[in-house]
Design a protein around this ligand. Structure first.
Ligand code: NAI
Length: 339
């Protein structure tokens, strides 16, 4: 049966990498039906809204969302993040990011699955300037949200034969918010005696990730710590353009690359589409198309192993188009068809 996918092309390099990914998906012959949703900064500039109520209703009825990056500029008053809105609206509480070394990675043997709480923390959206010269952002941590992200990380570890979960916090300073997250982690960890648990303070974690990255397995933390640490780990993989992610709740799922709209290279035809293509592979697996997901990942792996056709972020000189042709060539040769 065909699956309905809400596709958001997004801002900056978004349309380039989304179109590239759809072209590649086409060769997998998966029964997917696309519903295109126009959302983001470009729409806000045109229409004064970044996404409409009607779009949200359509998204709710789809089987999954495939999303390009959406910009949230610092200097646009009145513009609220569509990313945060979608995560909240669909209650996509688990932002799961996958970091695996490839033949080009500066760090070998990296295999980290990162669980970032996606709905609260410092990104709760409660901010004010009560007096001139004073600004407040409220960091909201609830037991409910902590419990479900921690449970998801520990369950993932068990189901995927992982050995260790590192819980990242700053409870020595943020005694209440990180304190609650840590207490909840300690309670949940007791139900998973087969998993080694490590508690690690966020700044020390940032250091240890560079010094001994292969000591990490599954990591779980709160929203902003996760946002920052995952960009750091992306550098260890070789490029932020390579890293896939899913946003999962109990009912809905949204798939997107870790990187942003990359305005500095938008329109040049050199964006790396691999992060989004790998995210699409996770989407295929989520929808039950395991074999096709494996085929897509294998084709990407072969492109990276060969290293002949690489975008500039990977040290190459190829364009997005040349890279997707290479992926498609491998997909086609693997299926026995000729182009
Ligand atoms: P960014 O991730 O867009 O770019 C950081 C650097 O990485 C830039 O040098 C860029 O050229 C490079 N880069 C990123 N993706 C790449 C790719 N696929 N191929 C090759 N190079 C790539 O981060 P930045 O500049 O902080 O954010 C730009 C906009 O994107 C902001 O408005 C931000 O709010 C938004 N953003 C959206 C996200 C999302 O939709 N999930 C995530 C992160 C940022």
């Amino acid at each position: 049966m065909s699956k309905r996918i809400a596709v958001i092309r997004g801002d900056g390099i978004g349309p380039e990498i989304v179109d590239a990914t759809l072209e590649v998906l086409n060769y997998l012959e998966v029964p997917l039906e696309y519903v295109f949703i126009d959302a983001g900064l470009a729409r806000w500039k045109r229409e004064g809204v970044p996404i409409s109520e009607k779009d949200l209703e359509i998204i709710e009825k789809c089987d999954a969302v495939l999303k390009g990056p959406i910009a949230t500029p610092v200097d646009r008053k009145g513009y609220r993040s569509v990313n945060v809105l979608l995560r909240r609206f669909l209650d996509l509480y688990a932002n799961i990011r996958f970091f695996k070394s490839n033949p080009l990675s500066p760090v070998k043997n990296l295999d980290i699955v990162f669980f970032r709480e996606n709905t609260e923390g410092l990104y709760s959206g409660v901010e004010l300037r009560p007096l001139p010269g004073i600004a407040i952002s409220l960091r909201v941590i609830t037991e409910h949200a902590s419990r479900r992200i921690l449970l998801r990380a520990f369950k993932y570890a068990v189901e995927n034969s992982r050995k260790k979960v590192t819980v990242v916090h700053k409870a020595n300073i943020l005694r209440e918010t990180c304190g609650l997250f840590l207490e909840t982690a300690e309670e949940i960890a007791r139900d998973f005696p087969q998993i080694e648990v490590e508690y690690s303070i966020v700044d020390a974690t940032a250091y240890k990730l560079i010094r001994n990255p292969d000591n990490f397995d599954v990591i779980v933390t709160t929203n902003m710590f996760g946002d920052i640490l995952t960009d750091e780990i992306a550098a260890l993989v070789g490029s932020i353009g390579l890293v896939p992610a899913c946003n999962l709740g109990d009912k809905y799922a949204m798939f997107e690359a870790v990187h942003g709209a990359a305005f500095d290279i938008a329109g040049k035809g050199i964006a790396n589409p691999i992060g989004l293509m790998l995210s699409a592979a996770y989407m295929l697996r989520y929808l039950g198309f395991r074999r096709e997901a494996d085929r897509l990942e294998n084709a990407i792996w072969r492109v990276l192993s060969l290293g002949n056709v690489l975008t500039p972020d990977l040290g190459g000189t190829s364009t997005t188009r040349e890279l997707i042709r290479e992926v498609i060539n491998f997909l086609v040769s693997d299926s026995g068809h000729c182009l």
